[in-house]
Structures are given as structure tokens and as C-alpha cells.
Write a protein of this length. Structure first.
Length: 309
């Protein structure tokens, strides 16, 4: 594992002054992967492991990680992973390796590299699939979980929207254009956001390169979503994988306007998993930011219960 004090787009670049440290580790198959470590390394509070969405990375979790590690009543270690092909992690030359199983194995490698024996996983979208897969591969590694707008049944209409956006969406020429394009695409499902919030949203998606937005993932990842298969209804349900989490407490966060996770699926998840709480975030599509009051209350309540157990 190697530490890195540089950063391309975050305000605090000096590890000595910053409340986080960037580091790299090597996956079992030899890729150099990136993660970010917040908060005290040795603490009684259960550590948190944040796992991003399909094409997303560390920026999605920065504000949540800062709160949980440094600002909430009980400080804790928070580690944010960047999967292969995303952010500052090395791209995989083989598109077949962009799977939740490979990403789960990488995350287990990450935990071994930093000596993290267990954690509560917070998985956003794809990161939630990785969370379920990790539990199947190594059941004792998780003490609890948060699934952010993802479940064992994924709505095809949402997957088709994501596949279409990845296939067609050009990189904006300026941050103003990125903000405005995002508002046009998502304004109906993400309500109540002002200009600053839309720009923050855009800056979570793109990295800054010379003052302009730039794609921050391997373009091959877009090809892993098969629109024809999705249209044909070939999206499998993964209830057995979800029920692998049945022995630990959890929380599912759903955006009120989500087209990927339905309210009916959340109800069925709670019916099958008796220790699962649920929160709906108003005015949010896929996915909530996890900085909304409803999401924060649910996450912090779950962590408090696990800390006390």
C-alpha cells in the first residue's frame, strides 16, 4: 500500500493538513487501485466502507465521509473505495473484469491491505451489488449495510435510461454547461436544487481537468450494460444474494422519484429481511446524495445501533 499526497480536484491536497489520506493498493490480479481514508484509524466505533455507483468515485462520498468521520457526535474511520476503471484507479484492459464480483474481490483486497477486519458497507447503486457480493464471498466481513437506491430487483426502465445516457452523453465543454445539461436531464426527478447544488452535483460526476469537466471512468464500462438484454427483460432478480445479508442490520435508502428501485421492492425487502429499515428521500431520483436529512438520520441511527451492540 502506498500513500499519495496529491489530488486532482479536491480542495485539500496535503495529507498532513487534510482530514483524509489517499492511498493505492494492488489487486490480486495486479491493478493499482485507489482509496481514500478519513477519520481516526483506531477507534471503538465501527468503521464505514463506502462503495460508489457504476461510473462514480470518491467525490460522491466526500461530504458524507467528512460528517461521519469528523463532524458527527461519534467519530469513526471511513474508507471510500474507487473501483477498477474509475477515478484514480487503474483501468482494466479486459472489459470482462468490470463485474460486481471482481469489484467485491478488489474491496476485500483493500480491507486486507489496510487491516480492516470488518465494516459497515454503504453501497450506492452498483456499490450495493458489490456489498451483497462481498457478504456472499466472506459473510463475517460486514457488521451492517446501507443500500442506496438499489435492491435485489432492478427496474429495467432505469437501467435502460442509464445505458442510454452512458452511450450518448458527451463530455460538457464547461462547468456551466455540465450544470445546465444535468439539470435538463434530471430536473424533473431531483427537485429543489439551486444553481450551486446543481454545480456540486456535476462536480461529483466529472473530474476537473484544466478548469473543465472530464470523464472520470473507463469508457468501456458503458459497454457492460446490454440495452437489448435489458429490453428483453433479461435482468435477473438476486433475492438469494440479498438474503445473504439477512443476519446483520441494514438500511435501504430510496429516492422518491427513483426509476431503478421501486417502493414495492423496498416493501418486499423489508418483508424478507426483518432487521432492515427503510428511508425514502423526497425530491430525489436515482440516486440520493446521502447528505439529505432523511438519509443522514437513517445512516446515523443504524451506525449507533451497531456501535451499541
Amino acid at each position: 500500500m502506498t500513500k499519495d499526497t496529491s489530488d486532482d480536484d479536491d480542495p485539500q491536497a496535503n495529507v498532513e493538513a487534510a482530514p483524509f489520506a489517499d492511498f493505492f493498493y494492488t489487486s490480486t490480479d495486479g491493478l493499482k487501485l485507489h482509496a481514500r481514508d478519513y477519520g481516526p484509524r483506531a477507534h471503538k466505533s465501527v468503521p464505514v466502507l463506502c462503495l460508489p455507483g457504476l461510473t462514480r468515485g470518491r467525490r460522491d462520498f466526500h461530504r458524507l465521509a467528512m460528517r461521519l468521520a469528523h463532524e458527527a457526535g461519534r467519530k469513526r474511520r471511513v474508507v471510500v473505495a474507487e473501483f477498477r476503471g474509475r477515478g484514480r484507479s487503474e483501468y482494466d484492459p479486459d472489459i470482462a473484469n468490470y463485474t460486481p464480483k471482481h469489484e467485491a474481490l478488489d474491496t476485500l483486497d483493500l480491507m486486507a491491505a489496510i487491516g480492516l477486519e470488518h465494516a459497515v458497507a454503504i453501497g450506492t447503486s452498483r456499490g450495493g451489488l458489490v456489498t451483497m457480493t462481498m457478504s456472499a464471498l466472506r459473510p463475517a466481513v460486514l457488521k451492517g449495510f446501507v443500500l442506496n437506491d438499489i435492491g435485489p430487483r432492478i427496474e429495467g426502465i432505469g437501467l435502460l435510461r442509464i445505458a442510454g445516457q452512458l452511450a450518448r452523453m458527451p463530455v460538457p465543454r464547461s462547468w456551466e454547461e455540465a450544470r445546465d445539461d444535468l439539470r435538463k436531464m434530471q430536473g424533473e426527478v431531483f427537485t429543489g436544487l439551486d444553481d450551486d447544488a446543481w454545480e456540486q452535483f456535476a462536480r461529483q460526476i466529472y473530474r476537473d481537468e484544466g478548469g473543465k469537466p472530464a470523464r472520470d471512468y473507463d469508457p468501456k464500462i458503458a459497454k457492460t450494460l446490454d440495452a437489448e438484454a435489458i429490453s428483453a427483460g433479461e435482468t435477473p432478480e438476486i433475492w438469494p444474494l440479498f438474503m445473504g445479508l439477512g443476519g446483520i442490520p441494514g438500511l435501504v435508502v430510496r429516492g422518491e422519484n427513483s426509476d431503478l428501485l421501486s417502493a414495492a421492492t423496498v416493501a418486499e425487502m423489508q418483508k424478507r429481511h426483518r432487521r432492515l429499515s427503510a428511508v425514502t428521500v423526497p425530491g430525489r431520483g436515482h440516486v440520493p446524495f446521502l447528505t439529505e436529512p432523511e438519509a443522514l438520520k437513517g445512516i446515523e441511527s443504524l451506525l449507533a445501533r451497531i456501535d451499541a451492540s
